[in-house]
Design a protein around this ligand. Sequence first.
Ligand SMILES: O=c1ccn([C@@H]2O[C@H](COP(=O)(O)OP(=O)(O)O[C@H]3O[C@@H](CO)[C@H](O)[C@H]3O)[C@@H](O)[C@H]2O)c(=O)[nH]1
Ligand code: MN
Length: 358
Amino acid sequence: MASSVLPTPLLKDELDIVIPTIRNLDFLEMWRPFFQPYHLIIIQDGDPSKKINVPEGFDYELYNRNDINRILGPKASCISFKDSACRCFGFMVSKKKYIYTIDDDCFVAKDPSGKEINALQQHIKNLLSPSTPYFFNTLYDPYAEGADFVRGYPFSLREGAPTAVSHGLWLNIPDYDAPTQLVKPMERNTRYVDAVLTIPKGTLFPMCGMNLAFDRELIGPAMYFGLMGDGQPIGRYDDMWAGWCTKVICDHLGLGVKTGLPYIWHSKASNPFVNLKKEYKGIFWQEDLIPFFQAVSLPKDCTTVQKCYIELSKQFKEKFGKVDDYFNKLGDAMVTWIEAWDELNPSAAAALPNGPAK
Ligand SMILES: O=c1ccn([C@@H]2O[C@H](COP(=O)(O)OP(=O)(O)O[C@H]3O[C@@H](CO)[C@H](O)[C@H]3O)[C@@H](O)[C@H]2O)c(=O)[nH]1
Ligand SMILES: [Mn+2]
């Protein structure tokens, strides 16, 4: 029997909530019943002299750009400024096993019965149950209540793979790219699809950072949100970059990635013209970047996320360094990220087979 009806553990001491913000944290009021027991890591982007108010009663740590520069020194160059990609600094400084990251314009959504969705609880459920990347289960998540493996599903594969990532979705404002937003400015996502799917091995996906949870011990070092924002030629590809690298490494290490439930209510549509300026090079470049990630093969001796990531950076720079100097910068930032990660997480790095990545 795959599904179990045990209550979902709170994991309040094993999970941090990471929030990037350049606005305010008023949205937390709506999440209070679900988020209050957890520790928040707030990454304040933009002007560090601006005061961000954290609503009363939340346990949190807050980092602005001055803090990032103080803590990382020259390595701070790998953390984006003036872009939601800055959130990955929170992944690095956390000491917990799990991370949930959410944008400050995302609110509690309601399911078709009108019940408020505890997105965090669903993400925990997703992370604590295995994934099925090697053989597709046509009844979707076999570990969900009232579901199971269907006839013909190999018994040898029913244990599944450890789940590293839980990718949630959004009602109301969908996460569209600028061209789609421009063509369909009024489109809203009203479709609540009651399913959690494992993304099959060998398949990439467009990972959105808006409503995302992951096992930091399994895949944390791969969750580098690429160098975007101030001084960079593209934006809004930070989470896409992390998703491509993460999925390739999950496939290599035998880990699973799920997408689907839970939904949040995404309230604010960012400006499509500003987004077009940020995205346009990425829309062009991704036509070559994605075939690269689809074809990437990592050597057997890449047995840790760090080693996989360093190898990815090497292959990436070899292939794209001549296309645009930004890719050399991004490839170098990948290495800096791993060095900073291992510096801030020495025990985890030391515990790796053969120690930190060389
Ligand atoms: O310079 C900035 C801009 C924004 N933030 C914070 O990041 C999130 C997302 O910002 P916003 O809601 O304005 O952007 P969206 O277009 O809706 O977000 C989608 O695009 C991705 C950006 O790559 C994002 O992950 C997607 O959800 C908010 O919390 C802003 O306060 C920032 O820190 N710095
Ligand atoms: Mn938004």
